[in-house]
Design a protein. Structure first.
Length: 297
């Protein structure tokens, strides 16, 4: 592992390391307006939600690294403290990238990138009609983080109105994550697409605490087969299994074949048992996997 001191890196080098490592990042596609009604549309990947009550998002138009100038978005929200945060999906990612071009002030990126301006209801900047979700926001605060190249400017945007395309709703009336087809920003020119193939669920341990990896037998914790994720699955189980259930697993055909083998090498049997536990976890048979994990050979 290499260790780098931030003070020894140029701003460009530091930005490269940070953007490649801290990823994927959601994209704030912000539409803003100035006092003369000049409309601006620009994406920012320094963005996320930070509060639900009140509902607040934060995005950061950083000062340009190359010449320390500020962006039109920042200038606009200083004049008109409103914005629309338009969520980007795969169908609009190329147009979104085009909107990031540094056009002169007064040039409307909606027109340059071919997006449709949709009037907002409570704020002045228009919405991107093609965006699956649009947040109308008022800007509560702007926090500059410095005055040097690359310094961020945190824009605290309180959401006042949410518009959601019915095309991304499920039968329950809520947003269906599979239908969103979101994209996120990585380092350099890289993006990623969030599709059904790479989505997965992890139940949140809200109502119960997992037993913890430290409660697992030492042979399991030090397994050469089980991964950290697999140990996490076992550690997330709410209870150490009942001794009777553990002993009953000896009669499982798969396990019985391992235990009754003529091989007297305990380590070899243990290796096979860990492979069986791994297989059970992959098939979501968590209780059986945990019971076998506590079995003494």
């Amino acid at each position: 592992m290499i260790t780098l001191k931030c003070e020894d890196l140029s701003t460009v080098e530091l930005q490269n390391y940070l953007q490649y490592a801290i990823a994927p990042r959601p994209i704030c596609f912000a539409s803003t307006i100035d006092l003369e009604d000049n409309i601006n549309l620009s994406p920012f990947s320094f963005f996320n939600m930070f509060s639900t009550n009140p509902p607040v998002c934060i995005f950061s138009p950083a000062r340009r690294v190359r010449d320390n100038t500020i962006k039109h978005t920042l200038e606009n929200v200083m004049e008109v403290k409103e914005c629309v945060i338009n969520i980007v999906n795969y169908d609009m990612v190329q147009q979104m990238s085009l909107a990031s071009s540094e056009y002169a002030k007064g040039i409307n990126e909606f027109e340059k990138s071919g997006f449709t301006m949709l009037p907002s209801e409570v704020v002045r900047p228009p919405r991107v009609a093609e965006a699956p979700v649009q947040f109308e926001c008022v800007v509560n605060q702007i926090i500059p983080l410095g005055d040097q190249n690359g310094a961020g400017n945190l824009i605290l945007a309180e959401i006042k109105l949410i518009h959601i395309s019915e095309a991304v709703l499920g039968d329950d009336g809520k947003i269906d994550q599979n239908k969103m087809d979101l994209v996120a920003r990585l380092g350099g020119d890289w993006y990623c697409r969030i599709t059904e193939d790479n989505l997965f669920k992890i139940p949140k341990p809200i109502t119960t605490n997992g037993i913890g990896v430290d409660s697992l037998p030492e042979s399991i914790r030090n397994s050469k087969i089980l991964t950290g994720n697999e140990l996490g699955l076992l550690g997330n189980m709410p209870n150490i299994p009942n001794p009777v259930a553990i002993e009953n697993k000896r009669e499982w055909p798969q396990l019985k074949a391992i235990l009754n083998t003529s091989d007297t090498d305990v380590d070899a049997k243990q290796l096979q048992i860990h492979q069986l536990i791994s297989s059970l976890l992959k098939n979501s048979e968590f209780e059986a996997a945990l019971e076998i994990a506590f079995l003494t050979i």
